[in-house]
Design a protein around this ligand. Structure first.
Ligand code: UDP
Length: 236
């Protein structure tokens, strides 16, 4: 039995990159999609917010002298590309997925309409949210918190490179240990990096728990959904 009826999974753009330096790695995206398929087979409703960092990041454009808002719109468009790739891979793997975008690109992808997203989820379709929040100066982490709250997800699952939140940076400090769970207040007091500040504040306000886990650890997503000891749970 899944521990959650409905989840919001945040995948960074880098999660699709594999060992490549840029873009989408075929084997990696297929593996990712199969992991998502496993949890849908458990009866869990899945919505995904996909990032764009494997293609373009607004801050990088801004730092390169571009107007920051324009660069951010490019970043949002990068998330749409990833979402299309993800949706297509899901189709190839026999799943039914719908991509919904926060920025209008009507010929390519349907717009985000909340009741429709809820309907798709109830029908057992995977919903992929593209375009972040639709606003510059935000991140896809914030989109994950926002959409997670909107669709009534029971948890935001943040897939990262490390398998949870640690007492210190495990790459620098070998004595660092992983928190199995930590409260929002404790995470603030200890200055733990979970999500960006806006996303974190939104989850905290909405009492929406966050689970941080490794996307590179095979089967981790399924173990998280089954409520097993995997990653770090940030709770109220
Ligand atoms: N972005 C934005 N508003 C949003 C979400 C994303 O402007 O609501 C832009 C921003 O430039 C960001 C880029 O899209 O750098 C890609 O998103 P993000 O960096 O969150 O992707 P990830 O790091 O998860 O791959």
């Amino acid at each position: 039995m899944p521990a959650y009826k409905r989840i919001l999974l945040k995948l960074s753009g880098e999660a699709l990159m594999g060992d490549d330096a840029y873009g989408i790695n075929r084997a990696t995206i297929v593996r990712m999609v199969r992991e998502v398929a496993e949890v849908t087979q458990l009866g869990c409703e899945v919505a995904v917010v996909i990032g764009g960092g494997n293609i373009f990041r607004g801050v990088a454009g801004g730092a390169g002298g571009m107007d920051r808002a324009t660069a951010d719109y490019m970043g949002m468009m990068a998330t749409v590309m990833n979402a299309l790739a993800l949706g297509d891979t899901m189709r190839q793997e026999g799943m039914t997925a719908r991509v919904m975008s926060a920025i209008a690109i009507d010929q390519v992808v349907e717009p985000y309409v909340r009741p429709k997203a809820l309907q798709y989820l109830e029908e057992g379709k995977v919903v992929i949210f593209a375009g972040g929040t639709g606003n510059p100066f935000f991140t896809t982490d914030t989109a994950a918190a926002l959409r997670g709250a909107e669709i009534g997800a029971q948890v935001v699952l943040k897939a990262t490179k490390v398998d949870g939140v640690y007492t210190a940076d495990p790459k620098k400090d070998p004595t660092a240990t992983r928190y199995a769970s930590v409260s929002f207040d404790e995470a603030i007091a200890r200055n733990l990096q979970v999500l960006d500040a806006t996303a974190f504040a939104l989850c905290r306000d909405q009492k929406l728990p966050i689970k941080v886990f490794s996307i590179f650890k095979e089967g981790a997503l399924k173990r998280v959904v089954l409520g097993e000891d995997e990653g770090t749970l940030v709770h109220v």
